[in-house]
Design a protein around this ligand. Sequence first.
Ligand code: PLP
Length: 431
Amino acid sequence: MHEFRYVRGVLHCEGASVAALARRFGTPLYVYSQRTLESRLRELTSALAPLDPMVCYAVKANSNLAVLAAFARRATGFDVVSGGELARVLAAGGDPARCVFAGVAKTAAEIEYALRQGIYCFNVESEPELARINTIAGRLGRRAPVAVRVNPNVDAHTHAKITTGTYENKFGIALEDVAGVYARAARLKHLWLRGVQMHIGSQLTSAAPFRRAVERVAPLARELTDRYGLEFFSIGGGLGIVYNPALASGDPAWWRTAAARRFLTPDRYAAAVVPPLRRLGLKILLEPGRFLVGNAGILVTRVEYVKATARKRFVIVDAAMNDLIRPAFYDAYHEIVPVRPRPGAPRRCDVVGGICESGDYFAKNRPLPPVGEGDLLALLSAGAYGSTMGSNYNTRPLAAEVLVHGRRAALVRERQPIEAIWQGERPAPWQ
Ligand SMILES: *Cc1c(COP(=O)(O)O)cnc(C)c1O
């Protein structure tokens, strides 16, 4: 499943002791397992082998250059949502001809940059965007490859902040309007109608919404292909991962529970989507983010204080919501384990950061084994939407990041120097 486990009482990432990594690189520290992300990519591509899909890793999940380089070397494509992400992919050695560009707010400068780099396709979210891409492509003397993002109005039954495929969301174009949009786009001389795309949400834990969305959009994809000669259908990302405690402790018994039997795996995903997609005969694109990197990363933090009050026991750590915002933002669950477990009965604790916000917590009323000042804790499954959502709130530097491969560990992002936080700021001239 993943490569974090205890060896002689110390949490390890592959062959590296997490305690040693914390000593060497300090905390808070993101630690990524290269083997885990490689095996996740293999699992997905082998489950979907009958489709021979082009996997476009969703860069926003984890955009560290080392992570991108690991995927680039495996000839993976990329799904980017800004000019900045495209530039990162290129800096990491990624191939622009395997990049798709999504997002509702692409600026003229971003469109021009992506066109000049020769990306695979723009996934377009509105008609004004189609018109803008057409104008810019005309000015550059090019034809811009485009796909319209279809909003199939399927509820992904995930957290409201990560549901994207219903008519309440800002994303894509409503299913019933798409044919008309293609008809009008076909009259724009500088566009190349290359495909059709959808993405219904993130952290989906059952196959049913994927199946429903594919079945809803496939006939449209067929009709558009007959009419305009499309090349591909992208079914987006969204495969969920297990944040469950049992997985975190590496407990194979969890996989025999009823919840596990329903949980979305690459094989179940494939069983739902391969048959309807195979019949289409189009090139299939996937845009997984979280699935590839989520369980491949942990956030290591040190206990600063244990503060016992009349009602609560607060374990105050040196990481905070600026390092990992998912609990505060999505009420997300992250398993928290000691790097060196001590014997003793678990006690309920709130694990909190030092930021001046009550929302700055990682867990509430969570039973934890005995922990004291100076102990190391690991927040598991922090590889996706962790460091990429980091901020400098409270003038806290961005955490360092380490990539582990076997016994080797490389610092792939240095801890941000404090002065770098206000680099670019200055007093006004009249001060
Ligand atoms: C965020 C996003 C993805 C990736 O979502 P995951 O849940 O991380 O797999 C894929 N496609 C688009 C268009 C996205 O916005």
